[in-house]
Design a protein around this ligand. Sequence first.
Ligand SMILES: C[S@@+](CC[C@H](N)C(=O)[O-])C[C@H]1O[C@@H](n2cnc3c(N)ncnc32)[C@H](O)[C@@H]1O
Length: 482
Amino acid sequence: MGDKEFEAQNQGFLTWFKSIPGSTFSDSLSLTDLRARNAGRGIIANVDIPANTLLFTIPRPGVINITTSDLFQRLPDLLSKDLSGSIDDDDLEDSSSDPWLSLILVLIYEYLQGERSRWKAYFDILPVEFDTPMFWSEEDLMELQASSVVSKIGKAEADSMFLQKVVPAVTAHQDVFYGEGSSEKLSELELLNLAHRMGSLIMAYAFDLDKEDDDEDEEMEVDAEDGWVEDKDSTMLGMVPMADILNSDAEFNAHVDHAGDAITVTSLREIKQGEEVLNYYGPLANSDLLRRYGYISHKHRRYDVVEIPQTLLANQVQQALGVSDAFKDKALSFLGEDAEDPVLLERDAGEPNWDGTLVAPVRSDTLLSELDEAVTTMLKSFRRVSASVVPDKRKREETRKAVLPLIISARLAEYPTTLLEDTDILANAGTVGRHRMAVEVRAGEKKLLQEALEVAAAAAAHGTAADEDNGNERPGKRSKAS
Ligand SMILES: C[S@@+](CC[C@H](N)C(=O)[O-])C[C@H]1O[C@@H](n2cnc3c(N)ncnc32)[C@H](O)[C@@H]1O
């Protein structure tokens, strides 16, 4: 799209936005073209803006969700019957509708209404293509190498859900979805693609607007705090025009508040003239940023994470103890469902400051905490099969220390290139787009694994609290027991 068309869309959207009764948009702000750095549109400050300045306001009727669109007034049964439960639910006792699927249908409906939709000018500026791995070719995906993000893309599951729930809902109610006089109907494939487009928009643009203060549900509280959709099963998803033009970074300068009647965006600290106004999508690893939003950021490296499957732990423990496959399988079975949960390697990255700056230093010393614990649990499982392989705590600790670096090295070896090779690839200015993002993600994970190796080596050299605890009983502990 040319610059003129892009600018014309901005103006059309801005005029429409300002026409929503109750909306505000500060004169100190402009919509800006950030396509040169692959960031689409954004909002910048025209002048220095002090902290705590109201930047813009979106009244609730400006939001698109299941209550503001008339789709479910026209088709109330659709909400209560066809969208209840999730596709994996064998028992559909839970008759509440899936918020993600219902918003997809609302967006499809409003989009198909064209000029008749109140949100036409908003749809005009929303992207139709995405850089999330959901849309990558096999060749693009190969570049992610052994990153766990590959197993989380969920294209097949999404296809199946859309084909079972979204496509039939639209097809069964063509009169409503397409409106009077509309002759052209979408094919099944076109509808499937449209569902993917709307699903991806929700993933990267929607807010969780649940106003309830859920004391019982901590996860919902966390979601409500940063506003972005943590989980597609949250309860009140909505598209919030203008708030979703804000790009994001791990260091940010604005806050979206949706606790009141209207949604407001306020500066958290001074924003200098020409500076981009940035929201916060959360403490996400680059792999997650890529999966959900289709970009990566150097400032998010601090939140990088590597997943290590329990089977990899079990294989290394098996080799160290010299036992059979059947022995290992039995030990794994003692872990029950926990065997499905990967072990996480992550740094202690702290929280952003109240004004959106990053001040807490990143700590690597706790990098192995979860792995350490998981290996100990694994060794206890092996002991349950036969106590002779791990007769005492001393043997358990010896084995734990010996297998820790082996596990990390084995995980590192799953990536076909080394960190050094990736660094060279990234130094080449010709590495761009999806390729660059994939190499950044895998290199970040390798960096974390190398740090983990260093922490394991340092712990082995110096001994750890765990050694004292498990190998040689501490005097204090003994006296307590006696
Ligand atoms: C909520 S939208 C923000 C508006 C978006 N830039 C647009 O043009 O519509 C989220 C999307 O913006 C892009 N984005 C957000 N923050 C970014 C950043 N720091 N760098 C690059 N792209 C970013 C990503 O494509 C992401 O999926």
